[in-house]
Design a protein around this ligand. Structure first.
Ligand SMILES: [Zn+2]
Length: 247
């Protein structure tokens, strides 16, 4: 099984190479037997996760979750202390669960469902997505924006693999927030769609994605749109103080 995945990885790296996107070293794949977390799958939506520096990554992602949480809770009457307590608890759990992966050398962690047929996202899209994270990390394009980060990796995977709509053969670049039951579910695809507006017409959209000036615009629009949707969502569905299903 890993042999096939290795070949797939080679293909994807070659495809990125054609756009002048090269990694310093070949990412090492590592298969784990279980997910590190059940609820907060930071790093990946469905199948795999990149864990280059777990502590830094978790902190960064949770900083973002905290910012989103603040928007979620605005106007809902839930106290700030409650938010802090919940986020701190989740950070603690995440760090504890990731400890056992700290010594492993994998750049891309593959969860068991990566190999299942039932996943919504295919292996090539997942690998192309995770590799894009490594590309950005390698260039120190550390953005504090989870939406820009996930939107660009999702866009890059669709663009690289020339994913098309099933019926129309038109390029598929994601779906708008309105297609999702909860704005957070749309974070990947809707932010990819926003991203596409800024880079799709560029001669080399992948290089364009790495330009800080373009990224700043993408980041701003993704954040504005996401936060607007979250506010709208919770106006119609206010949170309960003891809700465990927050984000
Ligand atoms: Zn991702």
């Amino acid at each position: 099984m890993l042999k096939n995945i290795d070949r797939l990885l080679d293909h994807i790296l070659e495809d990125y190479n054609k756009w002048g996107i090269c990694l310093q070293k070949r990412p090492k794949l590592h298969v784990v037997e279980e997910r590190t977390q059940s609820n907060f799958n930071y790093g990946s939506y469905v199948h795999a996760a990149v864990i280059l520096n777990p502590n830094q990554k978790i902190k960064r992602d949770y900083d973002m979750m905290y910012r989103i949480a603040k928007v979620v809770y605005e106007g809902t009457g839930v106290s700030k202390e409650k938010i802090q307590e919940e986020i701190h608890q989740k950070i603690k759990e995440a760090l504890k669960k990731s400890e056992k992966y700290m010594d492993q050398q994998g750049d891309i962690i593959l969860y068991p469902d990566f190999f299942s047929e039932s996943g919504k996202i295919t292996a090539d899209i997942t690998l192309a997505h995770e590799i894009w994270h490594i590309v950005e990390d390698g260039r120190n394009l550390i953005t504090n924006s989870i939406w820009s980060r996930e939107g660009s990796a999702t866009y890059a995977s669709y663009r690289l693999l020339e994913v098309v709509h099933a019926n129309t053969d038109q390029p598929f670049r994601g779906r708008p927030f309105s297609h999702f039951a909860h704005p957070i579910h749309g974070l990947y695809d809707a932010c990819a769609l926003i991203t596409s507006k800024y880079v799709e017409q560029e001669q080399n959209p992948f290089q364009a994605l790495l330009l800080p000036s373009i990224r700043a615009k993408i980041e701003a629009e993704c954040e504005q749109e996401l936060f607007k949707r979250i506010r709208e969502f919770y106006v119609t569905k206010p949170l309960e103080e003891d809700s465990k299903d927050l984000l």
